[in-house]
Design a protein around this ligand. Sequence first.
Ligand code: ATP
Ligand code: MG
Length: 276
Amino acid sequence: MLGFARPAMQHKVAAQLISAASLRSLHSSSPSRTMSSMVEGYSPLRLLLIGSPGSGKGTQSARIQENFEVETISSGDLLRKNIMQGTEIGKIAAMEMQNGALVSDKVMVKLIDMELNKIGSEQSWLLDGFPRTMSQAVTLDNTLQAVNQPLNLVIHLNVPEEVILQRIMDRWVHIPSGRVYNMTYNPPKQAGLDDVTGEPLERRLDDNPETFKIRLQKHHELTEPLLDYYRHRGILISLSGNTSDEIYPQIRELLQSRFRPEEVPVTEAPVAEAQI
Ligand code: ATP
Ligand code: MG
């Protein structure tokens, strides 16, 4: 689905304030819509979560997926799964990831392409960690434009740098699922084990102060320019907070207007849980 050969997309340059109306896709519902969870007049959600390493993209993805009918694609989780399974992509990616460098655009495009192709055109989805370079962003836009399914919302998780490093040092993950635990805020029920499968948790090889510094630097240099790119398209919303619990209610409120009330959960996760 994705491909570098496509012509560059002419994106809208008129900066506009985000409002419910501006979030409505131009390609709105058709009579044949099958996805019952979307409110009439809205296209399926095509959401990108963007934020520095450790800003809580994985945690927010999981919460969105729990509460709304949305498929999630996480580039980091996909890469870690490939490394664990010893695939060709995993072998290529391992060294870069361990060093905090970015995996090549070509590999990333191929990986995400395969995942997007598995999702039906009427299904809502969100991307976590891709695109994170201008080249990836333009490639994705061209592809989505060609199938008339452009990104319609970009949420920037704006978390102060000072609080992020400590969160990273406290983080354990269940690699096969991407589930994230924080030893301070949301420890697993049984020390060292995933709550759902009982399988062992691991530290990410790139979660150490030295590599984190490089990841952060790459983020500033290569990913932050994407914020302007999406701001000019009028689809960027920046949400701020020190913890995921402060930011999630803002995301929830933003997404609720797009989904039917019966799809919205009656209860929320307790406030003390899942801070990273
Ligand atoms: P966090 O998971 O804490 O938000 P992060 O954004 O640095 O931090 P991941 O998204 O899991 O972490 O990515 C981990 C590593 O995988 C990156 O440092 C990079 O090496 C590689 N990677 C992930 N997505 C991409 C991408 N779109 N392009 C290039 N490399 C990527
Ligand atoms: Mg992540």
